[in-house]
Ligand binder design. Structure first.
Ligand SMILES: NC(=O)c1ccc[n+]([C@@H]2O[C@H](COP(=O)([O-])OP(=O)(O)OC[C@H]3O[C@@H](n4cnc5c(N)ncnc54)[C@H](O)[C@@H]3O)[C@@H](O)[C@H]2O)c1
Length: 254
């Protein structure tokens, strides 16, 4: 029960890695507040947690809107009396080469993946300070460090999210608020299929190329990322801030 009596907000909790984080956090005792644009998926995550005897609510939230990000935080505080943990998992998967990316696509990638995280932290601060501290976990990516073909907006946003993590960690350390990020490699989720469709590659070849790009020759599972997020959200990582936790089957170690 590493998150017993903690209130944890998870953006992007309607699917994939975010849902796995919500479920694991609830198993560890957290009261979970899910923010996502996907109402059906978000409600389903909350239902899954409650049917397993956890505590969760869903709040429809587009994190790229500061007003909606603020409402998510206030809804969490109103439901459960405070905010202790914030996971920024929501992401826009915008791929492409620079010459092909539209202004709208750039704004969506940066608006969700970078500004969304900044807005939620901004509005969670007052509650974390009132609680004597807190933990922010940003879900960045190996794309924060390495380039990949035709991946410009997404990779740029994830690089910025890593640097946002460092900057926030420095500024918020006096408030006992730690800010770290998990950097997943290839994890099998609905986003994997979005990327495959963008490349136009055959499904089997695409999946096997991604799996073969790491030492373990397979995709990771959402739960394997959730365990990293749990470590960073819990007191077990009490002397860690401003850092990435890379979980990629060794992909960036070669
Ligand atoms: N799957 C991978 O291989 C992989 C690799 C590295 C990093 N990541 C990161 O992990 C996180 C989760 O990705 P996933 O693979 O589980 O994808 P996913 O598509 O399953 O989950 C992303 C969630 O974000 C939500 N979302 C999108 N825009 C939003 C917005 N404006 N406001 C609120 N919610 C919004 C979606 O509705 C969805 O529920 C992302 O930050 C992603 O960049 C994934």
């Amino acid at each position: 029960m590493r998150l017993e009596d903690r209130v944890a907000i998870v953006t992007g909790g309607a699917a994939g890695i975010g849902r796995a984080i919500c479920e694991l956090f609830a198993e560890e005792g957290a009261k979970v507040v899910i923010g996502d644009i996907d109402v059906e998926g978000g409600e389903e995550t909350a239902r899954l947690i409650r049917s397993a005897v956890g505590d969760a609510v869903f709040v429809r939230t587009d994190v790229s809107s500061e007003d909606q990000a603020a409402s998510l935080i206030e809804a969490a505080a109103a439901s459960y009396g405070g905010v202790n943990v914030l996971v920024n998992d929501a992401a826009a998967f915008v791929f492409g080469k620079v010459e092909d990316v539209t202004d709208e696509q750039w704004r969506r990638a940066l608006g969700v993946n970078v500004l969304g995280a900044a807005y939620t932290v901004k509005h969670a601060l007052r509650h974390m300070r009132a609680a004597g501290g807190g933990a922010v976990v940003n879900i960045a990516s190996v794309s924060s460090f390495v380039a990949a073909p035709a991946f410009v907006p997404y990779n740029t946003s994830k690089g910025a999210l890593m640097q946002l993590t460092r900057c926030l960690a420095l500024d918020l350390a006096p408030d006992n608020i730690r800010v770290n990020c998990v950097c997943p490699g290839a994890i099998l989720t609905q986003a994997t299929e979005l990327h495959r469709q963008f490349t136009g590659e055959d499904r089997e070849a695409f999946l096997s190329d991604a799996a073969n790009s790491n030492f373990m020759k397979r995709h990771g599972k959402p739960r394997e990322i959730a365990y990293g997020a749990l470590f960073l959200a819990s007191d077990e990582s009490s002397f860690m801030t401003g850092q990435p936790l890379i979980i990629d089957g060794g992909a960036t170690a070669q």
